[in-house]
Design a protein around this ligand. Structure first.
Ligand code: GLC
Length: 599
């Protein structure tokens, strides 16, 4: 229900808030003194982030009125992510609002939802409190476009979930779309300038929208709910001063963790790579990959392009091996049920986590590059030794696992199996683990390897071979796959003789750490299979950047080695990146990139 919004000066707000916080949502929370994240010490920041870094794995929930059309409007399937249907189909506000009559989650079971997340091994939940369509899942005082006033359900959805999360020992946060709002007048709209809209009902001032909807609603959710995370999104039209209107509100919830999507240049606490895993992580930042299980955040009735449990688990492990968190999404239906495909995957992930979660929770990034056999996570032990969790995706046929560290091995055993002990020997390639049994888990068999002290990693930069050539294989590359549709992501295909990637999008790239002792001019050879001569690649090494055209090899089954040209590379360690380019890109297969000293 709507009432006049009172302007409360910020100082007064802080006083007012400390009173309110002690009675928010019925659970008293110890109100630690608030320190502006922009001014906190590194110790204060580490203390505030500790649970989040330990957690590694959370559940994202995208739920709202958009689940009613579920991707179809006037009988037509609307492309894109389900929660964007109003924008993508330019649905008039009044028509879109009628969908709320069918948003009636009579099967909503917050206790079961929290248990589902917990059983999957997740440690926190982030749920949409208000998405871009402006519909609030809580009873907001500044609008009637919310669950209490606009849907037959007629009451708050968030409070029971927060209460249940706390009861089951889970952290919980709210996603809030602070800028985009396609129903309240003045709200921002992707692809539109301020003052533009697709429906007259959207006309209004963005600043008025911020002051009369976004600001009071953020205050409502931070005052009335004991939440641990505020997840901003899509800061369209947000300037620093506009962000400064909202940012102080985080003081309402001491300890609150926020992300890098407020706008105004604020970085928040975490970066948020979306629908992809950074090739080698994000240096110097906390970061969290958010990802859908199919290709939509909000429910779409016909999106059955589900990632396999193996793919999702490999992503969780890959992310943890690079030091990041994984926020995996479900999109519930209007009746409050969750698609069975999502439930199945979470249950299967949970079975793996039941046995292996210590190799994820509280771990840090691998001390060495992605090994061919899988990934690695690690923990520092109290005595200063290091525990490596060898995440073996591909169990070596010769039962020999090479770990590129020079340390002395302390112990080695199977975590996923029955604790089988393994012998370890120092060899030229570092440590050789003699596996004596078969893979205990078909998705990832975890082997614990404790080593003395801190990891002493072998130099893993790729250096020239005896002929002076740099052999860069997809097998040894770090692969970055951007883009929403996971079936368009590049896949690494291993053949007995060579490896290659299936390369569908230019947003995919490969990179390798290389090291040469002197500036060198190289001839560039690539082994590719293409179906057109329109594909361009860009090879970058530091400041050196060169573009080359790939030839048409007349088919994806016909690999050819071609010389593209030359490149002058400085004599030092660097990262060499090969990216696709051009609007005419056609899928191709890319095998080795070889740099041979120019004749
Ligand atoms: C994008 C989409 C939004 C979704 C978010 C999740 O920003 O605009 O709909 O909620 O990704 O990260």
């Amino acid at each position: 229900m709507k009432n006049n919004y009172l302007q409360i000066p910020l100082l007064g707000l802080l006083v007012f808030v400390f009173f309110l916080c002690s009675c928010s949502d019925g659970t008293n929370t110890a109100q630690k003194e608030w320190v502006d994240p922009l001014n906190e010490t590194i110790e204060q920041r580490n203390a505030r982030m500790a649970w989040w870094r330990e957690a590694r794995f959370g559940l994202f929930i995208h739920w709202g009125v958009y689940a009613v059309p579920a991707g179809t409007y006037h009988g037509e399937r609307i492309g894109g992510i389900g929660e964007w249907i109003m924008r993508n189909a330019k649905i008039p506000v009044a028509e879109y609002k009628t969908y709320a009559q069918d948003f009636n989650p009579i099967h909503y079971d917050p206790k079961a939802w929290v248990k589902m997340a917990k059983d999957a091994g997740m440690r926190y939940i982030v749920i949409t409190s208000k998405h871009h369509d402006g519909f609030a899942l809580f009873d907001s005082k500044v609008t009637d476009w919310d669950i209490a006033d606009a849907s037959p359900y007629g009451k708050d959805l968030l409070r029971p979930l927060v209460k249940e999360a706390k009861k089951q020992g889970m952290k919980i946060g709210f996603y809030y779309s602070q800028a985009q709002d396609w129903t309240h007048p003045g709200g921002a709209k992707s692809g539109y300038e301020e003052g533009e809209y697709w429906d007259e009902a959207q006309a209004g001032s963005f600043d008025t929208y911020l002051k009369e909807i976004a600001y009071p609603q953020v205050k409502e959710i931070l005052t009335n709910y004991d939440i641990d995370i505020l997840w901003w999104d899509t800061p369209y039209w947000m300037t620093k001063e506009r962000a400064e209107l909202l940012r102080p509100l985080i003081s309402l919830r001491p300890g609150l963790i926020t992300n890098n999507r407020l706008g105004g240049g604020y970085k928040g606490d975490s970066d948020t790579p979306e629908q992809h895993v950074p090739a080698t992580g994000i240096e110097g930042r906390d970061w969290e990959v958010c990802m859908t299980m199919n290709n939509t955040w909000g429910y779409k009735s016909y999106d059955e392009d589900w990632k396999s449990t193996e793919d999702l688990l490999h992503k969780l492990i890959d992310i943890a091996s690079k030091g990041g968190n994984f926020l995996l999404n479900v999109g519930p239906k209007p009746d409050g049920t969750i698609p069975q495909a999502s439930l199945d995957r979470l249950a299967e992930i949970g079975r793996w986590m039941d046995v292996n979660s210590e190799s994820i929770y509280g771990t840090a990034a691998s001390p060495f590059r992605r090994p061919w056999w899988g990934r690695c996570t690690r923990k520092e032990l109290e005595n200063g030794d290091t525990r490596l969790y060898l995440q073996v995706f591909d169990w070596p046929e010769d039962k020999l696992l090479y770990v590129p560290v020079n340390n002395e091995a302390v112990q080695c055993y199977s975590l996923s199996g029955n604790g089988e002990k393994y012998e370890v020997e120092k060899v030229e390639e570092g440590l050789a683990v003699y596996l004596t049994d078969e893979a205990a888990d078909e998705i990832s068999s975890v082997v614990v390897l404790d080593i003395k002290g801190s990891p002493d990693v072998l130099n893993q930069n790729i250096t020239p071979n005896e002929t002076g050539a740099l052999i860069l294989s997809p097998e040894q590359s770090d692969l970055e796959n951007r883009g929403y549709i996971s079936s368009n992501h590049a896949k690494l295909i291993r053949q007995p003789e060579f490896s290659y990637i299936t390369w569908k999008e230019t947003r995919t790239w490969m990179e390798w750490p290389i090291e040469i002792s002197a500036d060198t001019v190289f001839d560039i050879y690539v082994t590719v299979a293409t179906t057109s001569a329109d594909n361009k690649i860009i090879i970058e090494v530091g400041e050196v950047k060169k573009e080359f055209h790939l030839p048409d090899t007349k088919g994806l089954d016909s690999f050819q080695e071609v010389k593209l040209g030359t490149i002058n590379i400085p004599g030092r360690a660097a990262t060499l990146t090969v990216k696709g380019d051009g609007d005419e890109w056609q899928e191709c297969y890319m095998s080795n990139v070889e740099l041979r000293p120019a004749k």
